[in-house]
Design a protein around this ligand. Structure first.
Ligand code: NAD
Length: 274
């Protein structure tokens, strides 16, 4: 009998893992935890220099590869996914994570209205770009990995959504909020259909994390301030706050879980506490 130790429950050793947007922020945190636990990691990102820097930051492990592709360009995405299969033979775990921000919200950090972000003036090209990356490319990535997973008996898909998928936001741009709601429901829809093929589909829904999204906006104290005020834990998320859930969803411990969303937000989505 296999004892339910942390080692067996969370064993991802030799799992072949693909991470879109893995060269920065939350995706890089996923790469780190998967590598640290013995997985083979393939980073797909649009920026070769960022991929090189990410691989260097990870210690240039022999079990990590980079694939330069813009996930919104179908041919590039297909070539990157084919490259993963060529290098490692299959895909066991796919973190569908590449995403972009949707500009500031309709309130400024000081609570005043941001006239440039009025509903009727939101630029339509920003709306379509956000949908293209956060929804269309994520859908296409899921399609690509599902084709591979069906051939190899199953797999795990883990989509980075957001707390913005289920709550309204004053300090986050409207296109982003709507894009995350769309992809969150795709997670449930895909989970239902793909059960039969031993493919689970789950989401990690982060609250605000300090990353390079939106030009690294949350690295600035004034952009962080409203979130630090509103989040019940009064701080933004860091790598370690999200790595446990990533490892869990990728591991045997989560084998009976599909269509779930794990919210990681210091209580942000619950409301204010003080
Ligand atoms: N940081 C937050 O506060 C936060 C909160 C909730 C959800 N998220 C989600 O987390 C995910 C990761 O974002 P992050 O905060 O780590 O940001 P980030 O900017 O640090 O990392 C995103 C990565 O995705 C890549 N990427 C973007 N568009 C791409 C494209 N078209 N093709 C290939 N790669 C592309 C970027 O190059 C970058 O390396 C996103 O889906 C984001 O919406 C972030």
């Amino acid at each position: 009998m296999t004892l339910p130790t942390a080692h067996t429950l969370f064993d991802v050793s030799d799992a072949v893992c693909l991470i879109t947007g893995g060269a920065s922020g939350i995706g890089l945190a996923y790469a780190e935890v998967m590598l640290a636990n013995g997985a083979k990691v393939h980073i797909i990102d649009r920026d070769q220099a960022a991929i090189d820097a990410a691989l260097a930051a990870l210690g240039t492990p022999t079990s990590a590869w980079g694939h330069c592709a813009d996930v919104t360009v179908a041919d590039q995405l297909a070539a990157a996914i084919a490259g993963v299969v060529q290098d490692s033979g299959r895909i066991d775990v796919a973190f569908v994570n590449a995403g972009i921000g949707g500009g500031p919200g309709f309130l400024k950090g000081d609570g005043e209205r941001n006239g440039e972000r009025s509903f009727e003036d939101l630029p339509f090209d920003q709306w379509t770009r956000v949908m293209d990356v956060n929804v269309n490319a994520a859908f296409r990535t899921m399609q690509g990995v599902v084709r591979v997973m069906k051939q190899h008996g199953g797999g795990r898909i883990i989509v980075t959504t957001s707390v913005s998928a289920t709550k309204t936001e004053q300090h986050v741009g409207t296109p982003y909020v709507v894009s995350k709601a769309a992809i969150a429901h795709l997670v449930r829809q895909a989970a239902l259909e793909l059960v039969r093929f031993n493919i689970t589909v789950n989401a990690i829904a982060p609250g605000p994390f300090i990353t390079n999204i939106s030009g690294g906006r949350l690295r600035q104290a004034d952009a962080r301030a409203p979130f630090e005020r509103l989040i019940p834990m009064h701080r933004l998320g860091t790598d370690m706050d999200i790595q446990g859930a990533a490892l869990f969803l990728a591991s045997p411990a989560a084998r009976y879980i599909t269509g779930a969303h794990i919210t990681i937000d210091g209580g942000f989505s619950l409301g204010t506490a003080d």
